[in-house]
Design a protein around this ligand. Structure first.
Ligand code: NAP
Length: 303
């Protein structure tokens, strides 16, 4: 099978390695010629994990190429997902399989509406990766990945995914899993970005911990009203466990704020606030977090 990857960042390149090891032919789709020219050896991707470097050979293309795409993994940031797919849509074969792999929510529903007849999956992962250079990615952890269908025309797993050597769980309903990741992200990401602190430092300061707990209580009420069972224990317990296990980590939102990049706040806390409004639930703590992150920078424009 031939997989194209749209969004050749940390997660896209990590998955290029995973798919390649599973025997798939992989093409990374880059924005333009300038990005393609930044690769020192065309198509050679280095993935570093636990002190070992695995090199993978993939094909490189730009968005403007005209080859037909039969299997597409989208690993852009959540806010880029729909526009990136719109740009590539003329190249999709009528029955092209499409997998969305992002944090946040809202983009899955938007892509489903845009590609109603395609076999479409959403996946969520706790894997961790960061990019040292275009062609060089560090895998911090392979984590756990959940995947499930968004459209009726979808089979069990996308082609070739059963051969991946990572912890992968098929879900008959992916939405509760997307909500669980969203709930943890709502609890941890905005607060770490606002307090400019590592995840673990949310627990060692009473004011931060109290805000985290308050945000969690609101998220639980919205999820329950939406008919979603989050966890078997409370979200405060789950968020505390995650913040403890990742105490030394810089959350992706904090990293984005520090580098003055756009964050995924609209697809995380923004989605939560939209759901709350539709369900008639007040979420003042989360709404305040949303406003404060929006106010942080010029790149928080598109809402
Ligand atoms: N990194 C992690 O450890 C991790 C873990 C779990 C989940 N996630 C989630 O996975 C998603 C991807 O995260 P990431 O860390 O891999 O982000 P990233 O490193 O910023 O990669 C995103 C990539 O998408 C590319 N892109 C965006 N729009 C495009 C377009 N129209 N055409 C072509 N390429 C386009 C960007 O290209 P340019 O570089 O040219 O802008 C960038 O290379 C996010 O939702 C994130 O929250 C990440």
């Amino acid at each position: 099978m031939h997989w194209h990857i749209l969004g050749a960042g940390a997660i896209g390149c990590l998955w290029a390695g995973i798919l390649s090891r599973a025997g798939q032919d992989v093409t990374l789709i880059l924005r333009n010629r300038h990005t393609l020219d930044q690769w020192p050896t065309p198509g050679r991707l280095d993935i570093l994990q636990a002190g070992t470097c695995h090199s993978v050979d993939c094909h490189l293309e730009t968005l403007a190429a005209d080859t037909t795409i039969t299997h597409l993994l989208v690993a852009t940031k959540a806010y880029d997902t729909l526009s990136a797919i719109e740009a590539i849509q003329p190249r999709l074969s009528p029955d092209a399989e499409v997998v969305l792999l992002q944090n946040g929510m809202g983009q899955q529903q938007a892509v489903h509406a845009y590609l109603p007849t395609h076999p479409l999956w959403a996946a969520t992962t706790t894997a961790g990766a960061w990019r040292e250079a275009r062609h060089r990615v560090h895998c911090v952890s392979l984590g756990d990945t959940h995947i499930g269908a968004l459209s009726a025309a979808t089979s069990y797993l996308p082609a070739g995914w059963a051969d991946m050597d990572i912890p992968l769980q098929h879900c008959t309903d992916i939405y509760p899993h997307l909500w669980r990741k969203l709930a943890i992200n709502c609890a941890i990401n905005p607060l770490t970005a606002l307090f400019d602190c590592h995840n673990g430092k949310l627990l060692t300061h009473p004011e931060r911990k109290q805000k985290m707990y308050a945000a969690c209580h609101e998220v639980e009420r919205v999820a329950a009203a939406a008919g979603i069972t989050l966890f078997s224990t409370s979200l405060t317990d789950q968020a505390t466990t995650v913040a403890t296990a990742t105490a030394a980590n810089v959350s992706s939102m904090l990293a984005d704020v520090r580098h003055q990049r756009r964050t995924e706040i609209e697809q995380i806390t923004g989605f939560l606030c939209q759901q709350a409004q539709a369900l008639g639930i007040e979420v003042p703590v989360n709404r305040s977090l949303l406003q404060q992150i929006r106010a942080l920078g010029p790149n928080e424009g598109a809402h």
